[in-house]
Design a protein around this ligand. Sequence first.
Ligand code: GLV
Length: 323
Amino acid sequence: MPKIFVTRKIPEAGIKKLIDAKYDIDVNPEDKVLSKDELIAFLKKGNYDGVLCLLTDKIDKDVFEAAGSQCKIFANMAVGFDNVDVSAAKEKGIMITNTPGVLTDTVAEHTFALLLAIAHRISEGERFARAGKYHGWEPMMLLGTDVSKKTLGIIGLGRIGSRVAHHAAKGFEMKVLYYDVKRNEEFEKESGAVFCPTVDEVLKNADFVSVHVPLMPATKHLINAESFKAMKKTAYLINTSRGPIVDEKALAEALKSKTIKGAAIDVFENEPAIEPGLINLENIIMTPHLASATEETRNKMAELVAENIIASLSGQKPPNLLA
Ligand code: GLV
């Protein structure tokens, strides 16, 4: 019976798939992120054939070594996999998988929720109402910004970026500009999106900039103090990708100095820490890495991660093999 270690409690749908496939499952007994040393201790003891890990686990060569040569797969329950050293896995002949596709709509919805919420000052208005400050309708109270027919700039036109662009173009008649390392002319025809050859061109011309690139050395601090200077003073930044893509200190400074109008972010540079300079600002909305957090989507992610493990340990190519 293959043995699987699950680094933290996940939705039952995924565990059930593994149990139905007659796998022996050990789940981290504490509902907390394991430190690297704790994870290594579990893996050394368990002789597992596979590990189901999460974006909060740092998976590197020490972890692969601790897992032992019988361990064939580390299956990450996330679309992003910057927490995993994929090249070290390749060297060791360990398979790495992720869970793309099943969360695209949910993350695109969350992105749009943030965009609408910051433009319409939803969080600020809510805080205001709860604080007992609402004493009647006023013509000038908490004025926001329209979204319809404005320009959305997408940085990274992958699955999620293109879904956000679709909603913008079809739902809100927005003009869409995008930068990506690869131009997608078919998508341009479908949506009317316009390709920009540089990030800067998107930044300069967009009313809302939404970031959808993976985190890798080339994208760390892709959005930085210079980027905020390039953006319109009236523009908003939305980030549902990975925190380190945006220089968080520079973001706090840009929001404080009104270099840009606002931001709405779901991810942070040093999660779970949040840059202290952001905490007391009114012109930012922050959600705690929730973009894929719906019951339906987390169930699907748990099922897909299990399918990847089952395929890999039954000699088939896992559906989402990265290495
Ligand atoms: C969430 O951030 C994911 O990568 O799935």
